[in-house]
Write a protein that binds this ligand. Structure first.
Ligand code: GLC
Length: 790
């Protein structure tokens, strides 16, 4: 069963049945002002930080689902009947109410038809202004004159989201609402310690505001809800001014419509003072033309970002995801890290070190300059000893060093992701100058980026355990495994092996042979430890607990095999051999399902303190034997590196969101973006159900896996590698890509129907040797013909 469809032409996902099993959301806004909006117009807005600058409220995990939001109600003055343009919160019976929600790139629209009235609401955030625009259109399709009151409503949050949820005795007495009568603008300000000035405004730019409310409790009325506000029933707002209490912005505008007539209304909710910025923006967006122009800029912004990569394969859904939604999600995770969603209530403000380091991979081809800035930000959160702050807020970093983690909060992987991220940036851009940039450490001193990378390697070298594998420290990529107090992580060791290899390749390329030799010796030592202590006969163990017991071994009582230590054995480059193959065969045998591979098997059933938080989840959920999508992307890469194109593609398809559209009642989350996990096969009821959509490292890695390893178009310091690994039934595929400012139209043909192997490459008609296209060969525009074969 589906709740909507993909409109490829308009790059939208269209929700035709608003009664979705979970809130299906979109992210709007790209810089300071952002908002999240569901298919029923709910969700919240924030300025700069979802934790410290929360503008509007959302009641997390509430019933009814997803409230409040940004609501526009229409009331027919003759019949007193009223409804909301988005189906909720009034929620008219769906047999009489046509509702369509379109989530597009940087905007969301709602269209409804009820009692011969067609209406729409489009919401977007300008690229460079701290506000959201609500564009409302109402058309009278009946043959009689209609008189309407249009009510709008949004509930303010008291800026600091944590206090807003927890400390009512204080926070509820901080707001001071007002009304700029002359310009008809609601004025919201609160006196509160905050790095920003907590001020916002709300207005209608092109029609007279008949009445308003700024006190939620007055507008909604006791024992009512957003579904039936008192003011709407009353036919007029009460003019309330909240000085303390729960602030809101509610307005009433009146319009008359002759048969066939259409009217539009523009509302603004923004940051600033009602007497200054509010007034200025009201003038700026008084006409629909100015709103449309602003909207075009948003569309241009997204077009610009998405047009650096486009592919045409034999699989429509793969094209749809790679060309539109997967890229859009990559930009969203890059912008928002893991900070704001309907499940991240505000506590994960700022950047997660490992998350954001990975998030750059999916956007570096599109916004290299922004990636460079982000890398420098991340490097500033590294400590002089080499490890990194697990989580930090760049906005408050400079205000003090209080965020520096105590030693028990040092993770074994955070800093090592720099060795993936920085080389990826240089390979894409050719910008080696970043290596010489001097960046301060979070604690003391500064060093070149090149030396920052070396410090990261040194830290891990100095933090190995009894078996010579990396100590797990606070945790590795899997936050929920307890590897403290001397536990060792196979996976972190594999990441270290990869990090060393990346560094060696880089050092050799720039002529730092001594460094290359030094780290080759480290790598050899690490490989020895891996050979000796990580192979378990059919697969690789996940690590060693503090007690010395193996984790994820045939000797383990529960969870005998884990996914990451198999995929990364191969992806790291350490085991591109029979052992790697056998390990991946074990993945197929024990972990693969029709929705993707579970993360460990059999699931932990009991809580085991020694193993840690992973065992607190019931079987099949989250880190305990769910299909953790992020980890599934590495399975694709491993299979591609082994040359097994059928498997790589099968795994890719197994958790591709677009493939879940027709089973949305089972999948339940948005079928246009990746979720963090899909419930695993050992869950008694919900196998196949997805949770925690949008802000997941899956986005960046699914894009990387598909574009660089299945389609095999992979940047290298010297140029672009073409190394596809595809299902042998494919006749070929095409990729349009921008690389270092040059355009390439790559056409791959597969006459012999193989999975891997390139026989011939012609660049602008000239054959090259091997499968690396040197950047010097490239003109501004290039035609690349690739023939696969042995
Ligand atoms: C979440 C975290 C990520 C972690 C993963 C596995 O997605 O954001 O940092 O690696 O869970 O525990």
């Amino acid at each position: 069963m589906n709740f909507g469809y993909f409109d490829e032409q308009r790059k939208e996902y269209v929700i035709t049945n608003p009664k979705t099993p979970t809130s299906w959301v979109n992210y709007l806004g790209t810089s300071d002002y952002c908002l999240i909006i569901s298919n029923n117009a709910s969700g919240y807005s924030f300025y700069k930080s979802p934790k410290l600058g929360r503008v509007t409220r959302f009641r997390f995990n509430s019933i009814p689902m997803d409230r409040p939001g940004r609501y526009v109600y229409l009331k027919d003055e003759k019949t007193n009947d009223f409804w909301s343009i988005s189906w909720q919160p009034v929620g008219k019976p769906l047999d009489k109410f046509l509702s369509i929600c379109r989530h597009g790139l940087g905007y969301t629209t709602f269209e409804s038809k009820y009692n011969s009235i067609t209406s729409s609401l489009k919401i977007f955030v300008p690229v460079d202004k701290p506000l959201e625009i609500w564009e409302v259109k109402i058309k009278n399709d009946s043959n009689e004159k209609k008189e309407f009151s249009v009510f709008t409503y949004t509930e303010f949050c008291l800026w600091n989201s944590m206090l807003d949820m927890m400390d009512f005795q204080y926070i509820l007495y901080t707001c001071r609402m007002g009304y700029n009568k002359e310009d008809e603008i609601i004025d919201y300000s609160i006196k509160l310690w905050s790095p920003y000035e907590p001020k916002a405004f709300f207005t209608c730019t092109n029609k007279k505001i008949e009445s308003f409310d700024t006190d939620r409790d007055v507008f909604v009325g006791p024992y009512n809800s957003e579904s039936n506000p008192e003011a709407i029933k009353n036919g007029k707002c009460f003019g309330s001014i909240a000085i303390g209490g729960n602030p809101c912005a509610a307005t009433q505008v009146k319009i008359d419509l002759q048969p066939g007539q259409e009217e539009y209304l523009v509302f603004l909710l923004g940051i600033g003072n009602a007497y200054e910025e509010g007034r200025e923006y009201k003038k700026m967006f008084a006409s629909i033309d100015s709103v449309e122009k602003e909207f075009e800029k948003v569309q241009e912004y997204w077009k610009e970002r998405l047009n650096k990569f486009e592919c045409k394969t034999q699989d429509e859904k793969m094209n749809l995801m790679l060309n539109i939604w997967n890229q859009y999600q990559c930009h969203t995770t890059f912008n928002w890290s893991r900070s704001a969603s309907f499940i991240e209530a505000g506590g994960r403000d700022g950047l997660g070190f490992r998350d954001s380091s990975q998030d750059i991979l999916g956007v570096v081809h599109s916004i290299p300059q922004e990636v460079r800035r982000r890398l420098i930000e991340l490097l500033k959160a590294q400590l002089s000893e080499g490890y990194a702050m697990h989580h930090f807020q760049p906005l408050t970093m400079s205000q003090g060093k209080h965020n520096i983690p105590p030693r028990e909060r040092i993770y074994s992987d955070d800093h090592l992701w720099l060795l993936i991220a920085v080389p990826a940036y240089i390979k894409e851009t050719g910008d080696f100058s970043i290596l010489d940039e001097i960046v301060e450490y979070a604690d003391s001193g500064s060093a070149s980026v090149y030396d920052h990378l070396k410090q990261a390697l040194e830290f891990s070298w100095n933090n190995r355990g009894k078996h010579g594998l990396l100590l797990g420290l606070a945790a590795d990529w899997n936050d929920c495994i307890n590897l403290k107090d001397g536990g060792e992580s196979t996976w972190s060791t594999q990441l270290y092996y990869k990090a060393l290899s990346e560094f060696i390749e880089l050092a050799e390329y720039i002529g730092k042979t001594e460094d290359a030799e030094k780290y080759k010796a480290y790598r050899e030592e690490i490989k020895k430890a891996m050979d000796e202590y990580t192979w378990d006969g059919e697969w690789f163990v996940r690590g060693y607990l503090a007690s010395g017991k193996k984790l994820g071994s045939k000797e383990s009582e529960q969870s005998k095999i884990f996914l990451n230590s198999q995929s990364w054995a191969v992806f790291s480059g350490a085991f591109l051999d029979e052992k790697g193959k056998t390990a991946m065969d074990s993945v197929k045998k024990y972990l693969a399902t029709e929705h993707g591979c579970v993360k460990n098997w059999p699931a932990y059933v009991d809580y085991i303190i020694e193993v840690g938080a992973i065992t607190s989840f019931p079987p099949g959920l989250k880190e305990n034997a769910a299909i953790f999508c992020h980890a599934n992307t590495w399975v694709i890469i491993a299979e591609a590196l082994l040359g097994r194109g059928e498997y790589a593609f099968e795994y890719y398809m197994s958790f591709l969101p677009a493939n879940k559209n027709e089973i949305a009642e089972i999948y339940t989350a948005e079928p246009y973006v990746y979720s963090q996990f899909i419930t695993g096969k050992e869950h008694p009821y919900y196998f196949g159900r997805a949770r925690n959509p949008w802000l997941t490292g899956t986005a960046t890695w699914a894009f990387t896996a598909a574009t660089q390893y299945i389609l095999g178009v992979r940047p290298h310091y010297k140029g672009l590698i073409i190394d596809p690994c595809i299902p042998s039934c494919w006749d070929g595929f095409e990729v349009e890509r921008v690389f270092r400012g040059r355009k390439l139209s790559i056409k791959v043909s597969n006459p012999d129907h193989i999975s891997k192997g390139v026989k011939k490459i012609l660049v602008n008609g000239k054959e090259i040797v091997g499968n690396l296209i040197p950047v010097e060969l490239l003109d501004e525009k290039n035609v690349v013909e690739v023939v696969m074969g042995k």
